[in-house]
Design a protein around this ligand. Structure first.
Ligand code: PGA
Length: 261
């Protein structure tokens, strides 16, 4: 796992965006991106949008797959991840909506929709770079604690803590859906590169468990310890509980070739 620390959320986003831009450029503009929702990747998307606006990056031919979606929200609900991805990623980054996939949370059979989504990712050739946030309980996508490390895209039940964390987006906490479709930890583990961004002190415990804790289903993000190319970009607050922080900083300083363009 590469650990990159930056002073604040904006610098985290700029660094993460430079990694994504590098992957897209190397793929001649045809990379497949894995998209996360939530507040953590917003500075990354903002930095990518600035590169697109400046003419330094073109994402129009990139394919993309969202990590997850609520089950049961009506089509077009502003908090459905399909809508969130449209507003925060597809439009500002100039992506082709036909190439951007989100699990079908309104399907009559969500379990079948989840399995079909997993197959579609594989048929598209897999994910080149998977953007991830981390929940305060250590989840990635909606893989809550106790999720199987080899799980595939499936229907999951959200924990009370996750529903509380996400209540800020809804009129009432009771409006937060109870179920979701989420890519599995096994699905995420197949991405060719994993890029997790985390900022703020409320992520420090989960970040420390992910990086330094044991591989454990109680911290689903710890599965990234098994990933062949995982990069974690965090701000100083999110790094606040890492016992080995000086060691990671030392490595950063001594390995300038790790810096993307
Ligand atoms: P956040 O959510 O980026 O809004 O903090 C992350 C997550 O729950 O995975």
């Amino acid at each position: 796992m590469e650990i990159i620390t930056r002073a604040d959320a904006e610098s985290v986003g700029a660094y993460a965006a430079s990694i994504i831009a590098d992957v897209v450029t190397r793929a001649d503009g045809r990379a497949t991106l894995g998209l996360a929702t939530g507040s953590s990747p917003l500075p990354t998307y903002a930095a990518l949008a600035a590169l697109v606006r400046a003419g330094d990056l073109d994402l129009a031919r990139c394919q993309a797959f969202a990590l997850d979606e609520y089950v049961g929200l009506p089509a077009g609900h502003p908090q459905s991840y399909r809508e969130v991805i449209r507003r925060t990623v597809v439009e500002p980054l100039g992506m082709d909506p036909d190439l951007v996939h989100v699990p079908d949370g309104a399907a009559a059979n969500p379990a079948a929709a989840a399995a079909a989504y997993d197959r579609t990712i594989a048929e598209a050739g897999g994910i080149d770079v998977q953007i991830l946030g981390i929940g305060s309980n250590g989840h990635i996508a909606f893989n809550e604690p106790t999720s199987s490390m080899t799980s595939r895209t499936r229907v999951k039940t959200l924990t009370a803590r996750t529903r509380r964390d996400n209540a800020r987006y809804f009129d009432s906490p009771d409006d937060v859906p109870v179920h979701c479709i989420t890519q599995g930890l096994g699905t995420i583990g197949e991405s060719r590169r994993a890029l997790l961004v985390a900022t703020g002190a409320n992520k420090a415990t989960a970040v420390a468990a992910m990086i330094e804790g044991p591989l454990s289903a109680m911290c689903p993000a710890s599965v990234l310890q098994l990933h062949p190319h995982a990069t974690v970009v965090i701000d100083d607050e999110a790094a606040g509980q890492l016992a080995g922080i000086e060691h990671y900083r030392d490595i950063q300083l001594r390995r300038p070739e790790w810096q993307p363009r």
